[in-house]
Design a protein around this ligand. Sequence first.
Ligand SMILES: [Fe+2]
Length: 133
Amino acid sequence: MIEWNGEHSVGISVIDEKHKEFIDIINKVIVAKQHDNNPEKIEEVLREIIDYAWNHFRDEESYMVEFCYPEYQYHKEEHLDFVHRANSYFKIVTSGNYQILNEILEYLKRWLVNHIQGTDQKYVECFRKNGLK
Ligand SMILES: [Fe+2]
């Protein structure tokens, strides 16, 4: 299981709370994997991933627009890539291939490192300057 720690933090509480939810989702995938790939659980967690992505990315992006964040386009593309990927995983799973769970898990873990600990960190200065805490 993955535990939230300081390395995951962007230092802005409204965003950190959402990123904690992302870690909860990764942990649900880990549990689903341990419980012998129960199809309903896997579909449920994928729905949750897609739902989460839509909501959280929309929130981040609306801050970016509001604060005229210069790297908005690039950041948005990474989000879009995640959404596409999550949708295609969902299709694969609903077509009956549950072996994809390992790949999904690896992808989510990479997202945590590359996006949450990487790309997201870049907007922190801009968001803080605009009063987000
Ligand atoms: Fe982001």
